[in-house]
Design a protein around this ligand. Structure first.
Ligand code: NAP
Length: 308
C-alpha cells in the first residue's frame, strides 16, 4: 500500500550557460538524465533548473507539465511497481536519440518520510517507507543500470544526513537511508571497473522547502499512529508524550533551510563534473558539525552531546 503513481522526469541535458561549479564541469554535450520524484521538492527544482539552463530560461519558470520542450519528457512511475518500471525502461529506450549510447544519468530522488518511536511505528509503516526509499531505489537502479553502463554514466542516490546517523523517532526513515548508503557503496565498488560513477547526496534539513512534511501531514501521521497503538503502549506513554513529539517534529520542520540550491548544486556537480565526489553534504553548519561528531567520536561522547 505505497503511494500510487508518481512523477518521473526525463530532461536532456545540454551543458551550455552558467552552471554551478562551472569551472569543473565537463563538456558532456547533450545527454539524457532521468530523475525520479519530480512532482515537488528537490526533483522538481532539479528538472526545472536543467531545463531552464538548457533553454536559457525561457521555459524554466513554467510548471514541468506545461514545459513543451524537446528536452524534457515527464512520465508517470511508481517506483514500487515492477510493471510500471518495465514500461518506463521501454519508454525511455524508445525516446533516447541513440539507445546504443545509453543513458547518462539516473537520479534516485523519489522518497517519503514519517516519524514515530519504534514502539509507535507499525510494521506496515516500516515496510511502506522502505518500499519507496530503499526497494524503490534498488528497483530503479537495477532497471536502468544496463543503459547507464553503456554510457559509462552516473548514478546519483539521494540519501540523507539520516543515512549517516540515527535519530530518536526517525527509525523508519533512517533504516531506509542507511540501506541506500550501503547499496550505493557496494554499487560504486562494482561499477568502478565499468566506468560508471556512483554518488551519494546526503541533504540536511530542507523540509521547509519541500513537500516531505507539512504541518497537516505531521498531525495526520500522529493521529493515525495514536489510533493504531497497542493499548499498553498508549497507556504507558500517555497522550501528552505524543503531543510533545508532535511539537518537536514541528519545530524540526520549521528550522529547516528554505533554500534548496545547495542540494541542487550537489546533484548537478555529481552529474556533470569529470571527478564527482563520492558523498555530498548539503546542509547548514549545525547539522554538518553534528554529523561529523556523530560519525567520528565514540558514541559515549556523541550521544551525550546530542541525544541525552
Ligand atoms: N527535504 C529534506 O529536508 C530532505 C532531507 C534529506 C533527504 N531528503 C530526500 O530527498 C528526496 C526528495 O524529497 P523532497 O524533500 O524533495 O520531498 P518531496 O517534495 O515530498 O518530494 C518527493 C518526491 O518523491 C515522489 N514519490 C513519493 N513516492 C513515490 C513513489 N512511490 N514513486 C515515485 N515517486 C514517488 C513524490 O511524489 P508525490 O508528491 O506525487 O507523492 C515527490 O515528487 C527524498 O528521497 C528524501 O528522503 C529530503
Amino acid at each position: 500500500s505505497c503511494r500510487p503513481v508518481q512523477g518521473f522526469c526525463f530532461p536532456l541535458l545540454t551543458l551550455s550557460g552558467r552552471r554551478p561549479y562551472a569551472s569543473e564541469v565537463d563538456q558532456i554535450g547533450s545527454k539524457a538524465v532521468l530523475i525520479t520524484g519530480c512532482d515537488s521538492g528537490f526533483g522538481f527544482s532539479l528538472a526545472k533548473g536543467f531545463l531552464s539552463s538548457a533553454d536559457k530560461g525561457e521555459a524554466g519558470s513554467q510548471e514541468l507539465d506545461n514545459m513543451k520542450s524537446e528536452r524534457m519528457r515527464t512520465l508517470q512511475l511508481n517506483v514500487c511497481s515492477s510493471q510500471e518500471m518495465e514500461r518506463a525502461v521501454e519508454h525511455l529506450g524508445a525516446s533516447l536519440k541513440d539507445p546504443q549510447k545509453g543513458l547518462w544519468g539516473l537520479v534516485n530522488n523519489a522518497g517519503i518520510s514519517t516519524f514515530g518511536e519504534v514502539e509507535f511505528t507499525s510494521m506496515e509503516t516500516y515496510k511502506e517507507v522502505a518500499e519507496v526509499n530503499l526497494w524503490g531505489t534498488i528497483r530503479t537502479t537495477k532497471a536502468f543500470l544496463p543503459l547507464i553502463r553503456r554510457a559509462k554514466g552516473r548514478v546519483v542516490n539521494i540519501s540523507s544526513m539520516m543515512g549517516r546517523m540515527g535519530s530518536p523517532a526517525r527509525s523508519s526513515y533512517c533504516i531506509t537511508k542507511f540501506g541506500v548508503e550501503a547499496f550505493s557503496d557496494c554499487l560504486r565498488y562494482e561499477m568502478r571497473p565499468q566506468g560508471v560513477k556512483v554518488c551519494l547526496v546526503e541533504p540536511g534539513n530542507f523540509i521547509g522547502a519541500t513537500n516531505l512534511y507539512t504541518p497537516e501531514r505531521i498531525k495526520a501521521i500522529a493521529e493515525k499512529m495514536w489510533k493504531e497503538l497497542p493499548e499498553t503502549v498508549r497507556k504507558d506513554y500517555g497522550r501528552q508524550y505524543l503531543d510533545e513529539q508532535i511539537t518537536k517534529m514541528e519545530s524540526y520542520c520549521n528550522s529547516g533551510s528554505p533554500d534548496t540550491s545547495p542540494v541542487i548544486n550537489s546533484i548537478t556537480h555529481a552529474l556533470t563534473s569529470p571527478s564527482p565526489y563520492t558523498r555530498y553534504h548539503p546542509m547548514d553548519y549545525y547539522w554538518w558539525l553534528r554529523v561529523q561528531i556523530m560519525t567520528h567520536l565514540p558514541a559515549a561522547v556523541s550521544d551525550r552531546i546530542y541525544i541525552y
